[in-house]
Ligand binder design. Structure first.
Ligand code: BDR
Ligand code: CA
Length: 347
């Protein structure tokens, strides 16, 4: 199995990233660090622990990371994830194992990843990049040690143009979800994102899963139904009325249907919500999932100028948090940004 450390801001799709990384036989989940984002840090940490409890993986250590970006006010996304960050659930258990207190998230990430054989372990980021930037600032040698970093974040849209950065890159279709230009995770802490993409050693082993890719994996009604009833794994609850979905199935069904509801309300996306975050986990242990025929690599930079805030007017006009990509000449190392995928993972 592939060793993975997951850094997340547990809302609805992060819960699926936890499910995939904690239950896939292809993954050895080393630990989880939390970050503010979909909700304040206390909530995302609680949601992480509760999700692990629900799936019988409270043995995975959870570390509490950053509660805010370096130099910005934290944002949250209650329209999408509710105030708790994981609204809409009736069977989320109360976690029993506390977050680890005596070691910082950064130190724990470093120790766990540095203890793996060189070139084998992956770091997966499904929230703002504050913890990740801090990790590589404090432990720069770790970048050469790990196999790679996968990130759910960014929106490329028209920026996939092959033209050089600064001319038409990004000038076409806007594909942000938090502003017309920016995706939420990158918008939350653009300076941290810039620090990650600007780290040459790290960028050369980074796979970015932007909205352009995650919007190809929707939790459609069919998937919602499969999730509840499955093909086989229904538990007999002994009430003589036949089989019923397990509590875990009901929980993840509630998570997905709530997410579907808010995505339909806020974005008018009625086919189903994008399962953004589990895709970043899949990118680490199943890289062949993506169509990489072009072998493209990109330089990624983040717009950090301009207004930044949660106010509607600011969000409608600013370019802060926008990811600008420049396709690199063949053979030049850079960030992998798959454009399409071959198939959907069944786990
Ligand atoms: C990203 O933002 C969060 O709301 C989701 O969990 C995902 O990581 C999508 O833009
Ligand atoms: Ca997330």
């Amino acid at each position: 199995p592939t060793s993975i450390w997951l850094d997340c801001d547990t809302g609805h799709d992060d819960a699926f990233a936890i499910l995939l990384s904690a239950k896939s036989p292809s993954v050895n989940l080393l630990g989880i660090s939390t970050v503010y984002g979909n909700a304040p840090l206390d909530n995302t940490t609680f949601n992480t622990r509760a999700t692990l409890k629900a799936i019988g993986r409270e043995d995975v250590p959870v570390y509490t990371g950053a509660s805010k970006p370096f130099c910005r006010a934290p944002a949250s996304a209650p329209d999408i994830h509710g105030e708790s960050g994981l609204d809409g659930t009736t069977c989320l258990p109360v976690p029993t194992v506390p977050a680890v207190e005596d070691t910082s998230a950064i130190a724990a990430m470093y120790s766990a990843l540095a203890a793996t054989p060189p070139g084998t372990a992956w770091l997966v980021a499904t929230g703002a990049l504050t913890n990740i930037a801090l990790l590589f600032a404090v432990y720069p040698s770790l970048a050469a040690h790990i196999a790679g970093l996968t990130i759910m974040g960014g929106a490329v849209g028209g920026g996939f143009s092959d033209a050089p950065m600064g001319t038409v890159a990004g000038a076409g279709e806007r594909f942000g979800n938090w502003t017309p230009w920016a995706e939420f995770n990158i918008y939350c802490d653009p300076e941290s994102a810039q620090a990650v993409f600007g780290n040459g050693v790290l960028a050369a082993k980074t796979t970015l899963c932007p909205l352009d890719l995650t919007h190809q994996m929707l939790g459609t009604e069919y998937i919602q139904t499969q999730l509840l009833h499955g093909f086989e794994a229904e538990a007999v609850d002994g009430d003589g009325e036949g089989t019923h979905p397990t509590t875990v199935r009901r929980l993840f069904h509630e998570i997905l249907t709530f997410f579907a509801k808010t995505y339909a309300e806020v974005f008018g996306l009625v086919e189903g919500p994008p399962l953004h975050d589990p895709l970043a986990v899949a990118a680490a242990f199943a890289p062949a999932l993506f169509d990489d025929a072009r072998g493209e690599r990109f330089a990624v930079s983040v717009v950090i100028d301009g207004e930044h805030g949660t106010d509607e007017l600011v969000r409608s006009s600013t370019q802060c948090g926008r990811t600008v990509v420049e396709k690199l000449p063949e053979g030049v190392a850079g960030v992998r940004i798959p454009r399409t995928m071959h198939s959907i993972i069944i786990w």
